[in-house]
Ligand binder design. Structure first.
Ligand code: GDP
Length: 439
């Protein structure tokens, strides 16, 4: 979990801020063993993150250098921290502060300057002076009076959002893309036939790894240099016994496959269409932020009728609006027809799931969309989206700061979800939007 370090010379209000952030969230105080008395880690719940915040109380300036004894521990926090909050006092800047600033400069790309004790208008004007340290725009707060805490939290959220995007970008480059597929659907829809066909594509890579504690066997194949794993092929490939149809839809089994998958292939017998069970499973898939590709199998058995796919897809979207973004691909697992198209669709979906949008681009778009359509007015006045940022991939997740959260029109969220899908490149994956209130 992300680590936030709070630093500052004595008396700038570190503990007051600390207590306000942590206590407000009713976090459990948990002095971690092995950490000196001066540095205490706490859990700080800042939705959607659970953070560790540490008061590196150990910094002291002796003359014009840092006290060697406490330095080491605190320095290790600075190095490990995902974000450093440097606290200063608006009423008083000392030489000690300036030593700190110079000391922290190497970490300036992960540092937010927080100016405390801004209790009134007059003091607010003093905050501008702190721009001159070249550590970015200072965040003005009063820890004692609880002013500006929301702004501080937002700044932290924004910083972490950006940092997380960067991190996953690096991770992706390293792990050069993998894909975990779950095949779900009613018995006899052709799951084993498809699994065998996919695995058969590249026999040399087939690897049946017997699960140790789980009753799961995974099989792999490769596609466009991407390592693809089909989860739970044991459950799919074994010979069926009488009565096993019921067992297949064993909720636990399906859920654990969904849990582990990037993309779920929902196998549908084209002659039968979607069932109630499919609908239930699908809502679980979407709840978990996984992507779905609907596979209409046994296409070879259907008489070709013009526009049939369009008709079927319209019907599915009408009956299962929650699936409106899921691609629908007709195949014949038996003849292999359409399987290439299925793979390229899955590949595109996988790409979208890990795609990131720059915060500035997203906010330009939010502004543009807001010019076309504003949220409906509520009983207590206007609703407004102030700005937003993408806070996650796999699943794709955006955080929007709004003026009021309670009663925020769901219709507007749907509008934005559709816009994000269409204009920012997420047409076929779930997009989750969280709201956070900024007063
Ligand atoms: P599972 O229960 O979902 O794993 O389904 P199976 O893969 O065992 O397939 C059930 C039956 O449907 C088998 O007899 C398959 O040969 C048949 N089948 C699977 N895919 C196709 C297909 O694309 N076309 C046709 N005509 N039959 C298929």
């Amino acid at each position: 979990r992300p680590l936030i370090a709070v630093v500052g010379r004595p008396n700038v209000g570190k503990s007051t801020l600390f207590n306000r952030l942590v206590r407000k969230r009713r976090a459990i105080t948990d002095p971690t063993p092995g950490v000196t008395r001066d540095s205490i880690e706490h859990e700080w719940i800042l939705d959607p993150y659970a953070l560790t915040i540490v008061d590196t109380g150990g910094f002291k300036v002796e003359g014009d250098s840092l006290d060697e004894q406490v330095k080491e521990k605190s320095v290790s926090y600075l190095k490990r921290a995902d974000l450093i909050l440097l606290l200063m006092d608006v009423t008083d800047v000392t030489g000690e502060d300036e030593t700190f600033i110079e000391y922290l400069r190497p970490y300036s790309d992960k540092l937010l300057l927080v100016v405390n004790k801004v209790d009134n208008r007059e003091r607010e004007n003093g905050v501008w002076n702190y721009l001159s340290y070249g550590l970015g725009e200072p965040i003005a707060i009063s820890a004692a009076h609880g002013l500006g805490i929301d702004l501080l939290e937002e700044a932290v959220l924004r910083f972490l959002g950006e940092a997380q995007l960067l991190k996953s970008r690096e991770a992706e480059a390293e792990d050069s893309f993998s894909l975990r597929l779950a095949l779900l659907g009613k018995p006899n829809t052709g799951k084993s036939t498809l699994a065998n066909r996919l695995i058969g594509r590249d026999v040399s890579i087939v690897s049946d790894l017997p699960g140790t504690t789980r009753d799961v066997v995974e099989s792999s194949f490769s596609y466009r240099g991407m390592n693809c794993t089909i989860l739970d092929t044991a459950g799919i490939r074994r010979k069926k016994k009488v009565g096993e149809n019921i067992e297949y839809y064993s909720v636990n089994r399906a859920l654990s496959a969904i849990e582990e998958a990037h993309v779920v292939l929902l196998m549908i017998d084209a002659q039968e269409g979607l069932s109630e069970q499919d609908k239930k499973i699908t809502s679980q898939i979407i709840k978990r932020g996984r992507s779905v590709v609907m596979v209409l199998n046994k296409w070879d058995l259907l008489q070709e009728v013009p526009n049939m796919i369009q008709a079927i897809s319209d019907r599915v979207r009408f009956l299962f609006p929650v699936l409106s973004f899921a691609p629908l691909v007709p195949i014949s697992a038996k003849t292999g027809e359409g399987v290439d198209k299925l793979l390229s669709t899955v590949y595109a979906v996988r790409k979208q799931m890990s795609k990131r949008v720059d915060t500035s681009r997203f906010n330009d778009k939010l502004k543009e969309w807001g010019e076309h359509y504003q949220p409906a007015r509520g009983k207590r006045g206007h609703f407004k989206v102030l700005y937003g940022t993408q806070v996650g991939v796999e699943p794709v997740r955006f955080l929007l700061f709004v003026n009021r959260k309670k009663g925020f029109p769901p219709g507007y969220i749907s509008y934005l979800t559709n816009k994000i899908r269409k204009e920012l490149g997420f047409p076929s994956v779930p997009v989750i939007i969280d709201l956070k209130e900024r007063r």
